[in-house]
Write a protein that binds this ligand. Structure first.
Ligand code: SF4
Ligand code: SF4
Ligand code: FES
Length: 330
């Protein structure tokens, strides 16, 4: 089959910036994007730089953006991307990382974040005489996270990292869960406290789900971040904007059956945090002016929605279920 590739080229030594280059090659029906790129490099244009090794979705080195989302090139079949002969496949280097050359990116963005979460087991007390024993359930829960091959696809497409360079990013936070969730680790609380208070920690994820969609190993980083949040709150680590925001949101829905926008900012940053509240005042006034801040919801005599008792019943059920689970786990 005829394959048309539009590949992002960039050579820092050439000094002419990035550009797209088109290639047209013949490949078997079952070819992957990596097969096609290697074909180009070997027979059409030896200057094309790309990274790969195992060609079997194991080493994680061939992650790149293919048709505008991060994927492993060796796991992506060309036939799955083109609807008809002549369709073009766009190949870019991963996002959120500096490009070294063509499709090769500097992975330090990923590895520096993994190092930030202290990615090693830290047991306390003397080691056991024979070995650490861990329940099967605990290890099954961690098995999914341990599937991570550090390809960086989730880092590439994380929408928060795009605007906040402090964000620890999905792969490293999933790695943090791998140790927080390990019963042998003795620093669970310290780890969670650090990840809750640090700029760019667990509360900065916006739950856009991109990391879940692009991960080739079903690590589901966003779900791990939500688990970290849950455990942090359970352990009473709530003195931070993220946890307060969640609590204010939930209590607003329980009280009124809807979001009370006016209470979100003071509830999240703290009523006592006057400088921060004052700094947000112009934005709040603009929202009021355009009708985006229904401030009357905050008034004590504002009525909840009809059927609020059903909403509260949901809250009560969830709490009872959580209590039951905790007791069963003891
Ligand atoms: S869900 Fe969170 S961590 Fe995942 S890509 Fe979106 S913002 Fe990033
Ligand atoms: S979590 Fe998934 S996408 Fe992210 S680095 Fe690991 S394997 Fe790659
Ligand atoms: S070459 Fe190893 S994962 Fe693609």
């Amino acid at each position: 089959m005829q394959i048309n590739l539009k590949v992002r080229r960039y050579d820092p030594d050439a000094g002419d910036g990035a550009r797209y280059q088109r290639y047209s090659i013949d490949m078997p029906q079952n070819a992957t994007v990596l097969d096609a790129l290697i074909q180009v490099r070997e027979f059409e244009d030896g200057t094309l730089a790309l990274r790969c090794s195992c060609r079997s979705a194991i080493c994680g080195s061939c992650a790149m953006r293919i048709d505008h989302r991060a994927r492993l090139a060796c796991k992506t079949k060309v036939a799955d991307l083109v609807d008809k002969e002549g369709d073009e496949i766009t190949v870019d280097p991963m996002g959120n990382m500096p490009v070294i050359k063509d499709l090769v990116t500097d992975m330090d963005v990923h590895w520096s974040r993994v190092r930030r979460v202290e990615p090693f087991l830290q047991p306390v007390g003397p080691p056991p005489e024979r070995e650490y024993l861990v329940s099967n359930d605990a290890m099954l829960d961690l098995a999914g996270v341990m599937n991570c091959i550090h390809c960086g696809a989730c880092v590439s497409d994380c929408t928060v990292l795009e605007v906040d360079k402090n964000f620890i990013a999905p792969a490293a936070l999933a790695k943090a869960y791998r140790f927080v969730g390990d019963p042998r680790d003795g620093h669970q609380h310290d780890r969670l406290e650090e990840l809750s208070k640090v700029a760019g920690g667990i509360w900065d994820c916006t739950r856009c789900n991109m990391c879940v969609e692009v991960c080739p190993k079903d690590v589901r980083p966003m779900d791990r971040i939500m688990q970290l949040r849950e455990i942090a709150v359970e352990q009473g680590i709530t003195g931070n904007t993220g946890a307060r925001h969640t609590n204010t949101f939930a209590s607003s829905v329980r009280r009124l059956g809807r979001l009370d926008e006016a209470s979100m900012l003071p509830g999240s940053v703290g009523f006592w945090n006057v400088p921060r509240l004052l700094s947000e005042l112009p934005g709040g006034l603009r929202m009021l002016r355009v009708g985006k801040l229904p401030w009357t919801h905050a008034l004590p005599w504002h009525k909840p929605i009809a059927g609020i008792k059903h909403v509260r019943r949901i809250f009560d059920r969830v709490r009872a279920e959580e209590k039951r689970k905790k007791e069963a786990a003891k």
